[in-house]
Write a protein that binds this ligand. Sequence first.
Ligand SMILES: C[S@@+](CC[C@H](N)C(=O)[O-])C[C@H]1O[C@@H](n2cnc3c(N)ncnc32)[C@H](O)[C@@H]1O
Length: 245
Amino acid sequence: MGKKKKLLRFADTKVFSNVTEPPMEEFFDREKGVPYKHALAGNWRSKVFKNDNPIVLELGCGKGEYSVGMGKAFPEKNFIGVDIKGNRIWYGAKEALDEELNNVHFLRTRIDFITAFFEEGEIDEIWITFPDPQEKENRARKRLTGKMFIDRYKQILKPHGVIHLKTDSAFLYEFTQEEIDEHGYTRLHSTPDLYGDNFDRFNEENQLTITNPNQPTQEILKIKTYYEELFTARGHLITYTQFIP
Ligand SMILES: C[S@@+](CC[C@H](N)C(=O)[O-])C[C@H]1O[C@@H](n2cnc3c(N)ncnc32)[C@H](O)[C@@H]1O
């Protein structure tokens, strides 16, 4: 892939109406070294989506397959894909624009600053799709399902808001189970082999039931991201975890 094409994608995302790329000075006080609330915090529904629908985040979205896929399946929900890499976000943003998905938006920033962009309880649900497992001990603080990140998600999630994790990493899967147990989160689902024998327990169609409005269906769980395709081709099992922090 040429460097030129990558640069062109960077230029595109700057003018895409469905990508927000906030400069640091809009949410970070460099003198004090602390983040503060961005102007969009608390205003995504009124200013970006122009509706009162629930908001779902996809963290480390890469090309945004989940944001776009769920955006198509659930027009009555809003989706925001978050990633630091603009040239990856480009793919999802382009597809959402081409398909006129007004309920899909992308935020280019570090997830580390996520609390600067949303008010308390503004987010209904979070998906974390194939995050870097960060296996080395000196990278532990970068694991997106570690307590430090979960504490941030809790600040912006509505009460009982659900987190979904899809990963091929047995290490990150086990680490997340340990975090759930250690910190007393509520585990709703966990399987080390999502597409194995028990896949049938998930509904086939996108009919969310009243008793479990967060139960993803087979259609949603089968959305394949770029990294899922890559790891599946290498023979990795895909794991899935759903919990309330
Ligand atoms: C392995 S890729 C997975 C991408 C995509 N979800 C997929 O499944 O194809 C991990 C993504 O997380 C993003 N990422 C990792 N840590 C991040 C952070 N702290 N803030 C923002 N993005 C981050 C990377 O830029 C990368 O695009």
